[in-house]
Design a protein around this ligand. Structure first.
Ligand SMILES: Nc1ncnc2c1ncn2[C@@H]1O[C@H](COP(=O)(O)OP(=O)(O)OP(=O)(O)O)[C@@H](O)[C@H]1O
Length: 203
């Protein structure tokens, strides 16, 4: 973990997509050890919020503050589809100077898939590979967009365990998910609570 006391905060954040204001006046602060579950219907703006927190989208208003490196689990894995999984992950593990990569592969139950080309991986296997990248980054702040989608029951439990361990070690996790997660003390942020009224057109 790079920052001894990481934090992630949004202050009066508003985001638009096209000409639609998705949410406004959204504020929160997460400190070391905190987990937050972001909920909302399809299209409510969960991915947009995560992209704004990661600095990939400029908010329409407000600001994001943080101390600590980010690891983002999004739709794209960044893994070379033509490489065997172990080599595709090794590329990122080397860049991230990941420790104990065999342990990461074992934790995500990927060791038996080392020689399988990335493009042959199933949906759940691909998701576990993306989570291995997150672990390899050893970043204190995790932004996980739908980490449970496509996972079987055992892998869903594993994600809960990873988040619990990360937060117990002083990390922060913000998770957008349609499925419940078993993380004690996790707070909930319902995007719809920050949706503008029909008549509202400014943040
Ligand atoms: N590049 C874009 N240009 C215009 N509108 C966009 C763009 N990307 C997303 N949107 C729209 O912004 C809204 C919010 O999308 P977002 O992906 O943040 O929702 P979400 O809450 O993550 O949804 P889901 O649960 O389906 O993943 C949607 O109505 C979507 O169609």
């Amino acid at each position: 973990m790079q920052a001894p006391s990481p934090f992630l905060a949004a202050e009066n954040l508003a985001c638009r997509r096209g000409d639609r204001l998705l949410f406004r006046r959204l504020s929160f602060r997460l400190d070391a050890g905190a987990a937050c579950h972001v909920t909302g219907a399809n299209g409510a703006g969960k991915t947009t919020l995560i992209r704004a927190l990661a600095g990939l989208t400029s908010p329409y208003a407000g600001r994001v503050n943080r101390d600590g490196a980010l690891a983002l689990l999004g739709e794209r894995t960044g893994l070379d589809p033509d490489l065997p999984l172990a080599r595709a992950l090794a590329f990122w593990f080397a860049l991230d100077r990941a420790d104990d990569t065999p342990a990461i592969l074992a934790r995500l139950r990927l060791d038996g898939l080392a020689e399988v080309p990335v493009r042959y991986l199933s949906t759940g296997q691909t998701k576990r590979a993306a989570l291995a990248r997150v672990l390899g980054q050893a970043a204190p702040i995790w932004l996980l967009d739908e980490p449970l989608s496509g996972l079987d029951t055992a892998s869903q439990s594993l994600v809960g365990e990873l988040v619990r361990d990360h937060c117990a070690a002083g990390g922060i996790a913000l998770i957008a998910s349609h499925q419940p997660l078993d993380v004690p003390g996790m707070t909930r942020l319902a995007i719809e609570d920050f949706a503008p009224a029909e008549t509202e057109d400014a943040a």
